[in-house]
Structure formats: C-alpha cells, structure tokens
Write a protein that binds this ligand. Structure first.
Ligand code: 6PG
Length: 476
C-alpha cells in the first residue's frame, strides 16, 4: 500500500480535501459510492499529486498504509453511519476513521464509543472554511483519542491554514469534543452574520445609505479591529450589482435566511447545559422569523414609528456608533460561545483550552478575525478570566463602546428597526454587571404559587413563606 490517507465521499468538500492532501505531497486514496465521480476527479486534478483511485471499498482499504487513516466526507446523519458500517469490518486494530462532516457531537460520541470497542479509532473533526478552505487550508478541530492524534495530527496540521506559521489545527479533546467546538463555531458564525446584517440594516434605514455606500463602510471597518473574513465578504456582497436588473444584488435576493442546523444545535445544547447564549439564540431566531412569510405578510399593517431618518449630529456619528456596537456585541457572542465550550468541556470531561480554540480559529475558518488573537492572549494568562467580558482588553473595549452601543440600540427601538442581536448582547452585558437581578422576584412568585422555596441572602438553607395563611416563613 502506498497511500498515507484516504478520502471517501468526493463531493466538493471531499474532493478539495483530497487535493489539499495531495498538494502537500501525501499519496491519497480516493473512493466514492459511484466510481464516475472518482474518475472525474482524476481526469480534472489527477496531475496535482499522487492519487490512488479505488473502485471498491476493499480496494480503497488495501491502498492505505497502516495505521489506516480514512476520511469520510458524506452527509451527516444516516449516510455517515452507513459508510462507517461499510468500512469498519474491513479495518484492523489501531486504524483511524475520520468524520469530517458537520456531525452532531452526540452522534460522534456514540460512534467513537462503539468503534473503540471494536479496536478502532474514530475522530470526529470539525472542518471550517467552506470549499475554498478545504482546498487551500481550513481550520481543523479534531476530537478523538490523543493516540489517534499522534498519527493523524501531523497530516491535518499540514493541510490546515497557517497564521504566523502556526497551524490552525489542534487536538481539541476526546470523542465528541471536536464536533462540539465546530458546532459552537457555527453558532458564533450565525451571531457574527446576524450582527453584521443588523449593522447594514441600521445604516440603510436610519441613514438612508445605499448598499454600495455601506459596502464602503464595511471596507473601512475591515481595516481596523473588526478585520475579518465575514466583514470582508459582506463588503463584496453589498457592493455587487445584479446583472439582470441592475439593482443592488441584496435587493433581488429573497429575505428568508436558511440554515442547515448547526446554529440550532448550538442553542439546543446550550439550553441543556444551562448556558445563556442569548446572542447566538437571537441569530437563530432571526433566521427562523425571516422564513415565516405568512406571519410577516399578516403583520404588514401593524403600526410602527413614523420612519424618519436620523439627522444632524446623531446622523454624523451613527456609523461610528454602529462600529462600536458591532464590536461590543461580537465580544458578547464570543464570550457566550466560550462559556458554552467550557460548560461542555466540564460536562463531558474534555479539558478543552479556549485559548487554543481561539488560536486555531484565527485562520481558515468562516469566523477568522483579527481580534481572535486577543482571545488567545486572554486565556494564556495565569489567571483565566471567568468570562471573556472581564478580561482587561475586552472590559476596556466594552467600557469605551457602551455609550455608542446604547445609542444604537435606542435608535433601533425609536426607528422601529429590529436589532435583536445588538439588544440581546447589550442586555446580557447589563444583566451580568447588575448587582441585583429581578430573579429574586421570580423566586418569590415561584414560592407563592408553587411552594418552590427560595434561598435568603442572609442565612443558609431553603425557605418557604406561608403565603395563603399567616405569611410565616418556614425552613424547607
Ligand atoms: C464552515 C461553515 C459550514 C456551514 C455552512 C453554513 O465553518 O465552513 O460553518 O460548516 O455548515 O457554511 O451553514 P448554514 O446552512 O447552517 O448556514
């Protein structure tokens, strides 16, 4: 056998990963359910490196050096299980199956456990960066055993994106850790996208700017602390003109956002873990709301404010205010995502280092951004911040941005332009900094109608007030 790695499932992500391995000098075995795709890949890109096209599963496995490393790039869910079942019987102890799709981490935990019992390594790995990233260097988030990383890690690091020469790939932790982190990455991706979309909407509706003008604003922002892939492509999308109508592209696209589900998983999991990812949740809900055409149609006649635009000094400073609100809200989204990673790590015993995660997100992935360096620095300190918000750099940035942030949220409310991402992020910030929360009242209500008991600020124990009788307080 000559191949160091194999890829089965040669749709665009699989093909591009295979080509990436080959371009880095590795011999890559290729397999696909239908051989036609394998042949097509060979015809088009066979010259880029050393490939071993295999027609059957047995041929594919036979082409791999031991320990065999085979990457599965098929649809998440049942197709992944089917492919695992096809190959597992052909493998031998110590071989490594890698699932590079967007699997749910629960599935990954289940698959890892069952394959471990059969003597095989199973590595669920997050891969971010879309088609282009898969070919030229993605951010890679592998889970699975530390032992599997020894043989697999160097190959993955080889093909990953590099920032300052450092690979955007690290062993995240056992079993489902990699797919969990990829899931949260996508939750943050949703939040980032929503916050950017709200920024655009506010600039357009509060100032009357055109998409082309707003593209310029994003281009300017991309030269500063907001520098990131998503800001960069936003400028491209907003600057694009539809060839058919000559209108701004963004005006001819249906305003109903779709999702394949990883953002939704982030929120579902956060609810189970008890982590308040309100900013990420609002981003998921905003996509969901946009898709309810019936509700939106029915609501067209509901009254709103007069729709006047900002003028004078308020208009002058508004774009700068939005930049600050965007930066502050982005910090909140990452703080929430990191909280979720820490909670998941705790729950499943993964021992994930958030700083290392931020480091491999600096390049290759969809949320790559200049400010991730700051997050890495925050978690490299001896005393890890309890929340990203209180790290010196971010606390200062939030403090400096908060007046502008409040003005933006207030403006959105006054003009009737929805900004759920900005509002939720600001509410999270204000809730965390509040000395007292009205949760005390909620506890009182719960005790009143359900005798659910409460704790006191001044004494240990649980208490119940006899609300219906003499209002005596009893120890519960
Ligand atoms: C990535 C992306 C990718 C994601 C889709 C969009 O990191 O490369 O997160 O994995 O699945 O690009 O997902 P939605 O369809 O849910 O928006």
């Amino acid at each position: 056998p000559t191949a160091q790695i194999g890829v089965t499932g040669l749709a665009v992500m699989g093909s591009n990963l295979a080509r990436n391995f080959a371009r880095h000098g590795h011999t890559v075995a290729l397999h696909n359910r239908t051989f036609a795709k394998t042949k097509a890949l060979m015809e088009e890109h066979g010259h880029e490196g050393n490939f071993v096209p295999a027609e059957s599963a047995a041929e594919f496995v036979a082409a791999l050096q031991r320990p065999r490393r085979l990457v599965i790039m098929v649809k998440a869910g049942a197709p992944t299980d089917a492919v695992i079942e096809e190959f597992a019987p052909l493998l031998e102890e110590g071989d490594v199956i890698i699932d590079g799709g967007n699997a749910h981490f629960d599935d990954t935990r289940r698959r890892e456990k069952s394959l471990r019992e059969r003597g095989l390594h199973f590595v669920g790995t997050g891969i971010s960066g879309g088609e282009e990233g898969a070919l030229n260097g993605p951010s890679i988030m592998p889970g699975g055993s530390a032992e599997s990383y020894k043989s697999l890690g160097p190959l993955l690091e080889d093909i990953s994106a590099k920032v300052d020469g450092v690979p955007c790939c690290t062993h995240i932790g056992p079993d489902g850790a990699g797919h969990f982190v990829k899931m949260v990455h996508n939750g943050i991706e949703y939040a980032d996208m929503q916050l950017i979309a709200e920024s655009y909407d506010l600039l357009r509706r509060a100032l009357g700017m055109t998409p082309g003008e707003i593209a310029e604003v994003f281009r300017t922002w991309n030269g500063g602390r907001l520098e990131s892939y998503l800001i960069e492509i936003t400028a491209e999308v907003l600057g694009h003109t539809d060839a058919v109508t000559g209108k701004p592209f963004v005006d001819v696209v249906q305003d109903q956002a779709e999702q394949k589900g990883t953002g939704r998983w982030t929120v579902q999991t956060a609810l189970d873990l008890g982590v308040p990812v309100s900013g990420i949740a609002e981003a998921v809900f905003a996509r969901s709301l946009s898709g309810h055409a019936d509700l939106r149609d029915a609501s067209q006649g509901l009254p709103g404010p007069s729709g006047e635009k900002l003028t004078g000094a308020a208009a002058e400073r508004f774009a700068d205010d939005v930049e600050q609100a965007l930066y502050a809200s982005k910090i909140v989204a990452y703080a929430q995502g990191i909280h979720q990673i820490e909670a998941g790590s705790q729950e499943y015993g993964w021992d994930i280092d958030p700083g290392a995660v931020a480091k491999i997100w600096r390049g290759g992935c969809i949320i790559r951004a200049r400010f991730l360096n700051r997050i890495t620095e925050a978690y490299a300190k001896d005393r890890k911040p309890v929340t990203l918000l209180t790290d010196d750099h971010f606390a200062q940035a939030l403090g400096a941005a908060q007046d502008a942030w409040r003005r933006v949220v207030a403006t959105s409310v006054e003009l009737g332009v929805p900004a759920p991402g900005f509002s939720a992020a600001l509410a999270y910030y204000d809730a965390l900094r509040s000395e007292r929360l009205p949760a005390a009242l909620v506890q009182g209500q719960r005790d009143f109608f359900g005798a659910h008991t409460y704790r006191r600020v001044d004494r240990e124990g649980s208490f119940h007030t006899m609300w219906g009788a003499d209002r005596d307080e009893r120890t519960a």
